[in-house]
Structures are given as structure tokens and as C-alpha cells.
Design a protein around this ligand. Structure first.
Ligand SMILES: N[C@@H](CCC(=O)N[C@@H](CS)C(=O)NCC(=O)O)C(=O)O
Length: 210
């Protein structure tokens, strides 16, 4: 049982507040969509080493963000495991059987592969951005598109959303891809996610604060 009565989501303040970039946003989208009230705590990069060392000393093994902290003081780490934990607790976003779960886990895993390349080749080595866009991005788009064809979309499970859909969607927004850059299933995913009432409300709030 995970106590979701007062959730704190911790991630980094990368300068665009409230923030729509990086791993934390995958969890933010799920919390918004599910209507779970939460605080979003954004740490300054330069403050992080001190916080991290204190957290590690107090038993937070991962020493990385995102993390969610629950009302009973527990801290849960790592993007996909957090999304899975929330989904299990909510009884949604993870399909209905073991085949669904495997499909959701696969797409989440492939989205993380993509994120890893994105982080290195766009943020840490910006000189590689162009090469990344030409060579890596089409590969990841095509691979994920095949998954979205399996059950005819718009989500990877078909008509039911899962946590992996937020991860795929967020890769597309992190890369700042436009609808014209996307194969048809992924373009439909973006449209469908942005039409979800709580996500539309969140995006409106976000764009106003810019
Ligand atoms: N596999 C982990 C990776 C977490 C990770 O490396 N997070 C980065 C930010 S995106 C971080 O915390 N870097 C600072 C550090 O490791 O001290 C996840 O998905 O959460």
C-alpha cells in the first residue's frame, strides 16, 4: 500500500519553470492525469550534491532524481519503477493482464533507451544534436511506431492509456519534435494525450506561466 494522500515529486530546476524537460516530467504527467494532488519540488543543480549526500546518508539508496516522497516519509526512486508503483496503487495505467504489462514495460524500456541517447547527445554534448536528430531519432521513432501499430492505437494497449504512453509522449516533447516529424501512430498519440482533460488543463497552466 502506497500512501498517496500527500505526494512530493522531486526533480531538477533546469531553468524552464515549472519545467517540462527531463525524467521528472514522466511522473508529473501521470500525477496530473490521475488527478493526484502533489507538490513539485525542483532542486537547483548546484544544490543537489549536498541534498543527495544527505539523502544517501539517511537511506535513499539511488541518489538520483526523480523521486517521490509519500506522506509516511517513504522515498521511491527511478522513473519507470515510480510510474509502475503509482499505476499498481491506482489500479490503472498498467493494463489488465501479464501480456499487457509486458507490452507496457517494453515501451517504457525503449523510451528510456531513447532518453539516454537524448540526454547525452542533446544536453551533455550539444555538438552532437544534429547527428542525433538525423540518425538516432528516426530509429527510435520507427521502433516505437511499430509498437503503436500492434493494437491499432492511439495508446500502446489500444484504447486504454498506460504509463508508457506518457514516456513515449514525453520523449517527443523533450526532443521538441513537431507533428510533421512524426509517423502517423505517434502523431495520433500526441493528439490524444493532449486532448485528455487533466493534461489539457495542465498544459494550459504551464504555457501561461512561460
Ligand atoms: N534510471 C534512473 C536514472 C536517474 C538519473 O540518472 N537521474 C539524473 C537526472 S535525469 C540525476 O539524478 N542526476 C544527478 C545524480 O545522479 O546525482 C531513472 O530513470 O530515474
Amino acid at each position: 500500500m502506497v500512501d498517496l494522500s500527500h505526494v512530493k515529486l522531486h526533480y531538477f530546476d533546469f531553468g524552464n519553470v515549472p519545467t517540462d524537460c527531463g525524467r521528472g516530467e514522466n511522473i508529473k504527467l501521470l500525477l496530473e492525469d490521475a488527478g493526484i494532488s502533489h507538490e513539485y519540488i525542483l532542486h537547483k543543480w548546484q544544490d543537489w550534491p549536498k541534498v543527495r549526500d544527505e539523502w544517501i546518508a539517511s537511506g535513499y539508496t539511488a541518489g538520483s532524481l526523480p523521486v517521490i516522497e509519500t506522506a509516511d516519509g517513504k522515498r521511491y526512486s527511478c522513473t519507470t519503477p515510480i510510474a509502475r508503483l503509482l499505476s499498481r496503487q491506482l489500479g490503472k495505467y498498467y493494463g489488465k493482464n501479464i501480456d499487457d504489462e509486458h507490452l507496457v514495460d517494453s515501451v517504457a524500456d525503449l523510451a528510456q533507451d531513447w532518453y539516454y541517447r537524448f540526454a547525452f547527445d542533446s544536453w551533455l554534448r550539444p555538438d552532437n544534436r544534429e547527428k542525433h536528430l538525423q540518425e538516432d531519432v528516426p530509429f527510435h521513432l520507427q521502433r516505437l511506431e511499430r509498437y503503436y501499430e500492434l493494437r491499432d492505437g492511439p495508446y500502446v494497449l489500444g484504447s486504454e492509456i498506460s504509463f508508457a504512453d506518457f514516456q513515449t509522449y514525453h520523449m517527443i516533447t523533450d526532443e521538441k519534435l513537431k507533428p510533421k516529424d512524426l509517423p502517423p501512430r505517434l502523431a495520433a498519440l500526441v493528439r490524444t494525450i493532449e486532448e485528455r482533460p487533466n493534461i489539457a488543463k495542465y498544459m494550459k497552466k504551464w504555457s501561461k506561466s512561460q
